[in-house]
Design a protein around this ligand. Structure first.
Ligand code: ARG
Length: 468
């Protein structure tokens, strides 16, 4: 084994690691993504060691400036990572030795890679949460803009993907606003449990130096310090929670994606995807494909997969650290990348979509979507609902047999099905049906206006919070 680090950590061995085994245990190809967190954690640790008199101020300064310059090298693409050095922690430590010599060896005092990697991950997940929340907020604003820009557009509401009752298009979009609101709250709630400093737990048993964990927590922006060293280095439940929140968000995005695919089809033709978000076919020149929406739907699969994968990795591990846990990282990093890019790109698609209001209205009116309202009409005139349901069901059957819509039926035809029908049955329109659903949470314009105002307040309040 020729590399320095091999010699440095393998003094109890008389030979180097097998080449393939070395590659097998290496994680640098994906955990390099933790470099910023690793360096921030190391700087805070070194400064704490100096403050506590465990190392000298001079050594802490050397270590700090060395680490800062390593961060610059990484950001400029100048540091070549080596898989013989296994992971990001050892790659950075090795580079520090090259830069400042043996003083570098003092950085790992009162620390283990086990609490170090737990720290890096927690810092990484904290950032990932704040990015997810801000991208979800942006998406909510897009939904609000599109909803407000199409306030009067009506559409069929569906159950079983069959036209059910007319609704406002804005009401439909606001349903996703609600889902994203809960997604944001899930991430924020998860943050409380991520926001705990594990550094200072050592390998598993705690640290035998007079360290100041509160100082490190403050430096790194943690609001709490972990209270059990075994737990702090050996659980990844905070990653599971983040990935679960990401999975739920992707589930929501995927449903909107599915609707976008459907709605942009020639058969529905409810919306038109902007060319900037559409793809073409390699053989059929006429095609305008919704690949962005399809991939948002499709990528949901890998996010679910990472969650299941980590749950499975963790389920059989004895306390405390086990190398199995290195398997948390690829899935986590990919979850972050997938979630954030999906939110960003798909929001762009929604922002630029063209809504074919006239076409949606025609489809709405062209179905027997007012059947419930006809039944309600009979109920108001004294018929029990079940009987009214029956009468209107027969009327639908009759209208279909004549190839007519409700509005094309004569009063006589109505009265043949029930004498309770009078001239005012023609006042039952799509708009009247929508306006009637005026209980809290309903699709009536009045309720949707309240919902829009409330939604604007929610996204506005957060703006102020971010500004603080
Ligand atoms: N790359 C390792 C991981 O991600 C770092 C911790 C290594 N610790 C150890 N005891 N081998 O889990």
């Amino acid at each position: 084994m020729s590399d320095k680090r091999g010699e440095r950590l393998r003094s109890r061995f008389s030979k180097g690691i097998n080449k393939l085994a070395g590659q097998y245990v290496a994680s640098i190809s994906f955990d390099w993504r933790l470099y910023r967190q690793d360096i921030a954690g190391s700087i805070a640790h070194a400064q704490m060691l100096a403050k506590q008199g465990i190392i000298s101020e001079r050594d802490a300064e050397l270590i700090t400036s060395g680490l800062v310059s390593i961060r610059d090298e990484i950001e400029q693409g100048k540091l070549e990572f080596k898989s013989e050095l296994e992971d990001i922690h050892m790659n950075i430590e090795n580079r520090l030795f090259e830069k400042i010599g043996d003083v570098a060896g003092k950085l790992h005092t009162a620390r283990s890679r086990n609490d170090q990697v737990a720290l890096d991950l927690r810092l990484f997940v904290k950032e990932a949460i704040s990015e997810a929340v801000s991208k979800l907020r942006k998406f909510q604003r897009v939904l609000l803009d599109v909803a407000e820009g199409n306030r009067n557009v009506v559409m069929p509401g569906y159950t079983h993907l069959q036209p059910a009752q007319p609704i406002l298009f804005a009401h439909h979009l606001l349903a996703y606003f609600e889902m994203f609101q809960r997604d944001i709250e899930r991430f924020q709630d998860c943050l409380k449990r991520v926001d705990v400093l594990p550094l200072g737990s050592g390998a598993l048993a705690g640290v035998a130096y007079p360290i100041d964990r509160d100082f490190v927590a403050r430096r790194l922006g943690f609001s709490q310090v972990s209270t059990n060293s075994l737990d702090a280095v050996s659980d990844r439940d905070f990653v599971v929670e983040y990935e679960a929140a990401a999975a739920v968000t992707m589930m929501h995005l995927s449903r909107l994606a599915e609707e976008t695919v459907l709605w942009s089809s020639a058969e529905f033709d409810f919306v038109e995807i902007d060319e900037a978000y559409a793809t073409s076919s390699s053989i059929m020149p006429q095609k305008k494909n919704p690949d962005v929406a399809e991939l948002t739907r499709g990528k949901t699969g890998r996010v679910y997969g990472h969650l299941m994968s980590l749950l499975t990795v963790m389920k059989g591990l004895p306390l405390a650290y086990n190398r199995d846990m290195q398997e948390d990282k690829e899935g986590l990093v990919d979850t972050v990348d997938t979630l954030l890019s999906s939110l960003e790109v798909f929001a762009g698609l929604v922002r630029t979509v063209k809504v074919n209001a006239a076409r949606i209205r025609d489809v709405t009116a062209g179905s027997y979507i007012l059947a419930t309202d006809l039944a309600d009409y009979l109920v108001k005139r004294g018929l029990p609902f079940r009987q009214a349901h029956n009468v209107v069901g027969k009327l639908v059957q009759y209208a279909i047999s004549k190839g007519k819509g409700f509005e094309e039926l004569s009063l006589e035809e109505y009265r043949n099905s029930s004498p309770l029908f009078t001239e005012d049955v023609y006042a039952i329109t799509v708009e009247a049906s929508i306006a009637a659903r005026n209980a809290i949470g309903g699709t009536a314009p009045e309720q949707v206006a309240v919902a829009l105002t409330r939604a604007r307040e929610i996204v506005g309040v957060e703006d102020e919070k971010q500004a603080d």
